[in-house]
Ligand binder design. Sequence first.
Ligand SMILES: [Zn+2]
Length: 170
Amino acid sequence: MLGLSKLGKRNRSRPRTLYEVCPVCRHGHLNAMALMETVSCSFCHHIFSLEVPPPPVQRPTLSIEDFPQSLRWQWTGDNWRSLPQVEMPLTLWLWAVALAIMILPPTLLGLAMAIVPVAAYSRGAWIPPFWMVATLIGHGWIGLWLLAEHYQWPWYTRLQIFWQRHGLLR
Ligand SMILES: [Zn+2]
C-alpha cells in the first residue's frame, strides 16, 4: 500500500500526504521512475531508492542514490525521519578544510596586524581592521557554504529554493 504504486508516475498535482514529499528539499514530490525501482523528486531531481519491508513491519525507508553521502529516511507513519548516517572519512576532511578556510586567513591577518601595528591616527589606519572583518565574513561564508553543500541542511535547501524562485540561481 505504501510502495511505488502510491507514488504516481507523472503526478503534477500537489502532494496529498507527506509520504510523497521529498525529504531533501521538502518542496517537490516523489514520482516513481519508469522501469526502475527508484523515485525522483520533481523539484530538486534527487533520485532515491524506496524499500518497503513486508508486513507487519512495513516501515518504508528512502535512500538517496545520486549523492556521495548515504542519506536515509524512514517513514514514521506521518513523516520522513532521517536515519543516523554512517560517517565517512570525507566528512572529516571536509570539516578540516572548511575550518582551515574559516580560521587560517583571519589568524594570519591578525598576526600581521600584531607584528606590524599601524599608528592609531595615521591615514589608512582603518584598512587593517576593515580587511580583517571582510576576511572573517568572506571566509566564514565559504566554509559554511562547503558544509551546507555537503550536509544539505534544511535552511540551506530552503534558501536555494528561494534563490531559484527569484531567478538568482541557474
Ligand atoms: Zn526534492
